[in-house]
Write a protein that binds this ligand. Structure first.
Ligand SMILES: Cc1cc2nc3c(=O)[nH]c(=O)nc-3n(C[C@H](O)[C@H](O)[C@H](O)COP(=O)(O)OP(=O)(O)OC[C@H]3O[C@@H](n4cnc5c(N)ncnc54)[C@H](O)[C@@H]3O)c2cc1C
Length: 423
């Protein structure tokens, strides 16, 4: 391997595909454990979902199997915030689900049937409490669900700061370096073929977000995964409306470190099935049926397949109509936003799995191949703990959580899929 480009190591204990929150968090804990880690990223660190999301770090509303992991993730976020070189905006100012009527409030019953047993501070709040929490609280919101110690952080800052901290400690994070194939010998990982050359390794973690299904397919591993476009806008500096994360049936807003808000329509997602995704139509039928009011089927605007350099950074654009919709919904629902400038809008492609909970597992019978993906619209918050879990699994260390809900084989062993709360 003498002819390798200078930045590519000849070998690594673990190669991680993808520098989003999942890959970088796994690198964080593997490095702490003393392993030689290389992260290969086809574009830039946090260029895709992890740098584009709403920035909610929430325990509220989680799937029961995710909840204990998420509780650990809150602690890990604090450790990360303390360890990096800038303020990444990690604050624990709460999450609030706003209800217009009893039927909307009743949707939270399932979560409240198990949340208190985990020691969560989540509570139902009435109109009087909402008036204390939200400045000039619009009349339409009558009650809500509130978790005061939920958190938030700035997606554009957090993972890049983690990556800088790792790089400063000698971890190799190589951008513009797509992994084209995982190399195997006798069903055991032997390396990766990247666009810059080969790296020898016995262990690979696929944390490639929306692209993971295609990298696994080359290895003969089936992962039903769909891409769902979600759009967000950012306001300029705004008066304090609520200091945490808030969401009603059609709007969401989250206080930003810069004094503005990240805002979105909470009832509007666009699905872009490609020919490859159509093979998963049956897997996704229950999810599509349960989310009919929210999902819009669209003609694919971007081709996502096994040509990993086709989009160095998956950067779907929100249409003018989508931006207008966000603005109209937000200003209609929350009049305080009427005087605030909307300065930017962007979209991201969510990597959804049929039951909207991730896969944290080994990849079938290929020795040394691991998967952390499919966070289905809520992986930013849980990412640090998911990364720690993967680091422990890879080292053969015990993991204290029941990971059966996150096994890959649930899509092929005839199990009845149980839908998680929502994308
Ligand atoms: C608009 C929006 C709002 C969201 N809001 C929230 C929220 O408020 N809270 C929350 O918890 N979650 C939220 N999410 C979800 C969250 O952002 C994701 O679940 C999380 O970021 C996924 O992280 P990841 O590391 O798995 O994937 P990604 O961040 O997508 O990273 C995968 C990386 O892998 C790289 N890659 C892929 N294939 C290859 C290859 N072959 N070789 C090299 N590199 C490769 C990609 O370029 C990419 O950088 C939101 C998502 C979106 C889009």
């Amino acid at each position: 391997m003498n002819d390798s480009p200078p930045d590519l190591p000849e070998s690594a204990d673990v190669v991680i595909v993808g520098a989003g929150i999942a890959g970088i968090s796994a690198a964080w804990f593997l490095h702490q454990a003393g392993l030689r880690v290389t992260v290969c990223e086809k574009g830039v660190v946090a260029g895709e979902q992890s740098g584009r999301n709403w920035g909610w770090i929430r325990q509220q509303g989680r799937d029961q199997a995710e909840l204990p992991i998420m509780i650990e993730s809150m602690r890990l976020w604090q450790d990360i915030a303390d360890a990096v070189d800038i303020d990444i905006g990690y604050r624990r100012n709460g999450s609030l689900y706003l209800s217009e009527n009893d039927a909307e409030l009743a949707r939270h019953e399932r979560f409240m049937s198990f949340a208190p047993a985990y020691g969560l501070s989540t509570e139902y709040v009435n109109r009087a409490r909402l008036e204390e929490l939200i400045t000039d609280c619009p009349r339409r919101w009558q009650s809500g669900l509130y978790t005061p110690d939920d958190g938030r952080a700035e997606p554009s800052l957090a993972v890049p700061a983690m990556a800088r901290a790792l790089a400063a400690q000698g971890v190799q994070i190589i951008e513009q370096c797509a992994v084209e194939r995982v190399l195997t010998q006798n069903r055991q990982v032997s390396g990766v073929l990247t666009e810059l050359g080969e790296i020898n390794t016995a262990t690979v973690l696929c944390a490639g977000g929306a692209w993971t299904t295609f990298l696994l397919e080359i290895c003969g591993v089936r992962l039903p995964q769909l891409t769902v476009k979600a759009s967000v806008a950012r306001t300029g500096p705004a008066p304090l409306i609520f200091d945490g994360n808030a969401s009603g049936s059609s709007v969401s807003f989250r206080r930003r470190l810069d004094g503005g808000y990240s805002v979105a329509s909470s009832d509007y997602l666009e699905v872009f099935p490609s020919w490859s995704h159509l093979a998963f139509a049956r897997d996704f039928m229950p999810l599509v049926k349960s989310s009919l009011g929210k999902l819009r089927l669209r003609w694919p605007e971007l081709r996502i397949d096994d040509q990993f350099t086709r989009h160095r950074t998956l950067d779907p654009k929100p249409t003018a109509a989508t931006i207008a919709r966000i603005r109209a919904r937000v200003t209609e629902r929350v009049p305080a936003f009427r005087e605030v400038e909307f300065v930017e809008a962007w979209s991201g492609m969510i990597d959804a799995l049929p039951d909207v909970v991730p896969v944290l597992d080994r990849a079938g019978d290929i020795g040394g191949l691991w998967i952390a993906t499919g966070f289905s619209g809520h992986g930013f918050g849980i990412g640090p703990a998911a990364g720690k879990i993967m680091a422990n699994l890879i080292q053969g260390k015990p993991v204290e959580y029941d990971l059966s809900r996150f096994r890959l084989s649930r899509f092929s062993d005839g199990s009845m899929l149980e839908l998680g709360p929502a994308i």
